[in-house]
Design a protein around this ligand. Structure first.
Ligand code: COA
Ligand code: MG
Length: 301
């Protein structure tokens, strides 16, 4: 079932992905100064029906005014559904602006990904232009396994949870620990792991509640999520910190790599490190962690 390449999680740090409403000129301007791992310029939910065309043009102007910024935040555009009047124009505008990924809202089947991938292929989009998918409806949650499996050949790179739409569509009222949503959150994470995709946790709306936000980040990290979508600049630093490997984890990874590099560890599957058993599978995880850190450069907090 699992293709070997697909099972390797991406070694890229994607701890913080800030939604920037393209309909809000001040937010667009502010985003120049911010350093999340990704900026998601939004043309969907945060733009009212009557302002979508204007938001798209404002975004086009904004993005074409930005130079290349290697090492800066990924640039992602959340477009309206391709089945809507705006979707295709959004996709073409994002493609023309040379963004890193297109985020599709409310994905419910791999067919939606195929449609977007074909539209991108028709514009000769580079292979590096990725598709991210929001999983935020009951059908999306039910189909997430097939979306992730088929998405691998359709530019899919990340699954993003949309808790507000999930709550609206299902009538659940998640408490502070999100107990009511845990099975679905884990299902998305499992599908991402099975197919080597990034898993990005949902937004935390109360942007003045730093404590609650930190708790939810920590829970997301324990669930194996790579990072979190954000709605406010005040959340960037805390998310970067929460989803970065801790100093202890980094030290442990270095110790594991060093232990397997010892001459007497050559060819051995298991070694002992400070009185604990360490296997080659731990070496794999340690190597991946150190590679992601290196790739994240100075951003690693
Ligand atoms: N991206 C970039 N800049 C943002 C921002 C964001 N998501 N949210 C706020 N800012 C800016 C504000 O424009 C303001 O800049 P200024 O001082 O130059 O005017 C500064 O950060 C402080 O903002 P603040 O006054 O605390 O909040 P606000 O009342 O302006 O905005 C929200 C609050 C919730 C309306 C706003 O954060 C927002 O629109 N978030 C994103 C919503 C979204 O994209 N939803 C869809 C995905 S769920
Ligand atoms: Mg939504």
């Amino acid at each position: 079932m699992g293709d070997k390449a697909g099972m390797t999680p991406p070694s890229r740090l994607l701890r913080s992905a800030l939604f920037v409403p393209a309909a809000n000129a001040r937010a667009l301007e502010k985003s120049r100064t911010l350093r999340p791992d990704a900026l998601i310029f939004d043309l969907e939910d945060s733009a009212a029906p009557g302002e979508k065309a204007k938001a798209r043009e404002a975004l086009r102007t904004h993005l074409s005014g930005l130079g290349a910024a290697p090492g800066g935040p990924l640039r992602i555009v959340r477009i309206n559904a391709l089945s809507s009047a705006e979707g295709t124009e959004d996709l073409l505008a994002a493609r023309a602006c040379g963004v890193d990924a297109i985020l599709l809202p409310k994905v419910e089947s791999a067919e939606t990904l195929r449609e977007a991938a074909e539209a991108l292929d028709q514009t000769d989009a580079p292979r590096t232009l990725a598709i991210w998918a929001m999983i935020e409806t009951p059908f999306g949650l039910l189909e997430v396994s097939s979306i992730a499996r088929q998405g691998r050949s359709l530019r899919l790179e990340a699954l993003v949870v949309g808790p507000n739409d999930i709550a609206l569509a299902t009538g659940i009222r998640p408490g502070p620990e999100r107990t009511e949503m845990l099975p679905w959150l884990m299902q998305v994470k499992l599908a991402a792991s099975a197919h080597g995709l990034l898993a990005i946790d949902g937004v935390y709306a109360d942007f003045r509640d730093a404590e609650g936000f930190a708790r939810e980040c920590a829970a997301g990290r324990r669930m194996g999520y790579d990072g979190k979508t954000l709605i406010h600049p005040a959340q960037v630093e805390a998310a970067n910190a929460a989803f970065s490997p801790s100093a202890a984890e980094i030290a442990e990874a270095r110790a594991i790599v060093a232990a397997f590099a010892q001459p007497d560890a050559q060819g051995r599957g298991v070694v002992s490190l400070d009185g604990r058993m360490v296997e080659r599978l731990h070496l794999e995880g340690a190597t991946r962690l150190l590679a992601a850190l290196e790739q994240g450069g100075t951003q690693a907090g």
